[in-house]
Design a binder for this molecule. Sequence first.
Ligand SMILES: NC(=O)c1ccc[n+]([C@@H]2O[C@H](COP(=O)([O-])OP(=O)(O)OC[C@H]3O[C@@H](n4cnc5c(N)ncnc54)[C@H](O)[C@@H]3O)[C@@H](O)[C@H]2O)c1
Length: 331
Amino acid sequence: MKVLICGGAGYIGSHLVRELLTQPGYEIIVLDNLSKGHVESIPTGVEFENANICDKESLERVFSKHKPDAVMHFCASIAVGESVTDPLGYYENNVVGTIYLLQTMIKHNVKYFIFSSTAAIFGNPEETPIADNAPTKPINPYGDTKLTVEKILAWTEDAHGLKYVCLRYFNACGAHESGEIGEDHDPETHLIPVVLQVPLGQREFIKIYGDDYDTKDGTCVRDYIHVTDLATAHIKALEYLVRVNKSDRFNLGSGEGYTVKEVIEAVRKVTGHPIPEVIEARRAGDPAVLIAGSERAEKILGWRRKYNKVEDIVATAWKYHQANPNGYNNK
Ligand SMILES: NC(=O)c1ccc[n+]([C@@H]2O[C@H](COP(=O)([O-])OP(=O)(O)OC[C@H]3O[C@@H](n4cnc5c(N)ncnc54)[C@H](O)[C@@H]3O)[C@@H](O)[C@H]2O)c1
C-alpha cells in the first residue's frame, strides 16, 4: 500500500514515518513544504515531495506521480496563541489546505484518510476524562479549524464515500528511542522540551502558570502521550479502515494525567539537574484538567501504548535533546 504522509517532516509525522518503515507492505511518500518541518528527519530512501497543500497544482502533480492508496494528514499550523492573532492564516492552512487535499484525493479515487485532530476541539470540557462523544466547543481558532475539518470529513464521506479516521491527540511528547529524531518546534511551547532547556543551559528556570487550580498540587493536569505511541495508533487506524471500511473518531489519551509540577519533577529525576520554578498568574483559557481515556481506540483499533510512565517519556526526549541541543540546526 502506498501511503502519502502529508506533514511527514514534522514532529509527529516523522515518527510515523519511522514506525511505518518497520511494517511490511507499505511504500511511503512524504509531502511537506518544510515551513515547520525538517528535511533531515526524513530517512534516506524515503521519497520526499516539497509541496504545499494550499497549492492545488502541486497536489495534482504529487498525486499523478505517486498514485497513493491512503493519505495521513499531519500538516497544520499548530500554535494556539498564534491562531488567535492570525485566524485567517489558520483557516487557510488548516481548512482550505485540507479541502484541496480532499478534492485531490476524490479526483484520484484515494479512499482512506487519517486525520490529526486534537483535544482542542473540546475546549473547556464539562467532564474528564473526556469521552470520544463529548460535546465539542473549541475556545480558539486552532481548535475550531480542526473541528471544521472533522465536520467536512463527515459530509465528504456521505457525498464521495471517502473513509476516514480522526485521531484526537492530547499532549504529544517524547522522542524516537534511537534519539535520532525528536521534537523541534519554533517557537517551542510544549512543556517537556521547554523544561529540558534548563538542564541544557538554555533557560534558567521554568515558569508555572498558576498553582491555585483545583488539582492535587494546584498546577494544571494534562495527558501526555508518547509520539511513538501516536504513530502506532495511525498504523492501527489505517489497518482498521482497510479491514472494516468504516469511518470513526478516537481520543488518544492515557486516562491519567500529570500535573505541571510532576512533569518538572520527572525531568529532575531523569536529568539529575535542579529545575528552579517561578509561579506566574494563570493563563487565560487554560482548563485545570485535560485528560482522556483511550478505551475505544484500544478496543476497536487494538491500540496499546508502550510508554505509560512520564519518566520513560522524558527519558526519550532527554536522549534526543542531549544529542541535539539545538534541534535539527545542529546537523
Ligand atoms: N504536537 C502536539 O502535541 C499535537 C497535539 C494535537 C494535535 N496535533 C496535530 O498533529 C499534527 C502534527 O503536529 P506536529 O506537532 O508534528 O507539528 P509540526 O509543525 O512539527 O508538523 C507539521 C508539519 O506540516 C508541515 N506543513 C504545515 N503546513 C503545510 C502546508 N501548507 N503544506 C505542506 N506542509 C505543511 C510543516 O512543515 C510540518 O513539517 C498537526 O496537525 C497538529 O495540529 C499535534
